[in-house]
Design a protein around this ligand. Structure first.
Ligand SMILES: NC(=O)c1ccc[n+]([C@@H]2O[C@H](COP(=O)([O-])OP(=O)(O)OC[C@H]3O[C@@H](n4cnc5c(N)ncnc54)[C@H](OP(=O)(O)O)[C@@H]3O)[C@@H](O)[C@H]2O)c1
Length: 323
């Protein structure tokens, strides 16, 4: 079957280890289900994997991809949940210290077929398109948990999203505005700022620009480049929810004094549970949200989508369709 996989790892040149070619189809396994994928989504996680972050050379070749939607062996339309807990784990999968994401230990979704624990299948609501379904499992699920589970902010509150164009950032803007939050965003790029206004942002500011007011919460995925701005933008008692560090995890200043003096809360957030994914899929359909998609490409052209993400030239999700 056709698959996009990591054949080598390179911190500096992630695309050098990417191969799009045939891989063996998955072998059936008790308790697991083979899903014939219709669509799959690209995440920054796939680029990190090619850089060797979270993926070691002894696990190669590894099919990449955390997001996917397709049809299981019984003919059910399903969305694949990417968090694979260790055997016997009960409760919130994201808190299992031995959990893995698809493509870290088990082959991922950028392929014609994937095999996952049957418990990782979530029904695809009938009103959800295949392209939209491919967006939800990682970036959208992470945004859902950051905002609705972890931020502590109620609808009506003001939330700043650092970055406007990314998969998580666009999901936050669309989810938050649909739920009645005042969503502000920052962007390095004027065109992306303009587009963010079109998907529900109430205001967009230049990266690092002083805001007209302090916010209740900041959603961080950029990391080092925006950390000080995030801390400075919060009202006393506000929270910063962090799920990524695209620009690096060593900010020039940790801002420890401001964090304790303003009694800020710093909350780490990763992915979401299967139940959160189920609720997210319902919410998207009920609110008639169309996840912003940057581009839809046949899997055979996956390299083009990876290159856009490496260059930071995306607005929304990159989705692959299967042959
Ligand atoms: N913990 C988790 O479970 C989880 C889940 C999903 C993603 N993540 C992480 O979250 C991050 C974003 O993921 P994604 O898939 O949304 O990636 P992406 O699509 O590549 O998004 C990049 C985002 O970062 C902004 N950005 C990048 N570099 C910047 C810089 N130097 N200064 C200011 N803004 C910058 C961009 O905004 P503009 O271009 O508009 O400025 C854009 O919004 C990644 O690091 C990913 O690994 C973590």
């Amino acid at each position: 079957m056709l698959a996009a996989y990591a054949a080598a790892l390179s911190p500096a040149d992630p695309l050098s280890g990417l191969v799009v070619d045939d891989r063996p189809a998955p072998e059936p396994r008790p308790g697991w289900s083979v899903v014939t994928l219709r669509t799959a989504g690209l995440n920054h996680h796939d680029v990190w994997s090619l850089r060797g972050v979270g993926l070691s050379a002894d696990r190669l070749p590894m099919i990449l991809g955390c997001d996917g939607a397709g049809v299981d062996e019984q003919g059910n339309e399903v969305i694949v949940h990417a968090v694979v807990p260790s055997e016997g784990w009960r409760g919130d999968e994201t808190l299992d210290p031995r959990r893995t994401l698809l493509s870290e230990l088990h082959d991922g979704t950028l392929a014609e077929q994937v095999i996952v624990p049957t418990a990782n299948l979530v029904p695809k609501p009938a009103g959800l398109s295949w392209e939209a379904a491919a967006c939800l499992s990682t970036a959208w699920l992470t945004a859902y948990r950051m905002l609705f589970t972890n931020s502590g902010v109620r609808p009506g509150g003001t939330v700043l999203v650092q970055g406007a164009g990314g998969g998580v950032a666009t999901a936050l803007i669309q989810l938050g505005s649909a739920a009645g939050y005042r969503m502000w965003a920052t962007s390095r790029d004027e065109a992306r700022a303009e587009r963010a206004l079109g998907i529900g942002a109430a205001a967009v500011f230049g990266s690092g620009e002083r805001l007209p007011d302090r916010v209740d919460a900041v959603m961080e995925t950029v990391g080092a480049a925006t950390w000080s701005h995030s801390i400075n933008s919060l009202r006393p008692g506000g929270s910063v929810v962090i799920s990524g560090a695209t620009s690096g995890d060593a900010p020039p200043k940790a801002e420890l004094t401001k964090i304790f003096f303003k009694q800020l809360r710093v909350i780490g957030s990763t992915m979401g549970t299967r139940e959160e994914l189920r609720h997210l899929a319902s919410f998207v359909v009920q609110q008639r949200i169309e996840p912003v998609i940057d581009s839809v490409l046949p899997l055979a052209e996956a390299r083009q989508g990876f290159a856009k993400m490496v260059e930071g030239d995306v607005f929304g999700k990159v989705v692959f369709t299967m042959p």
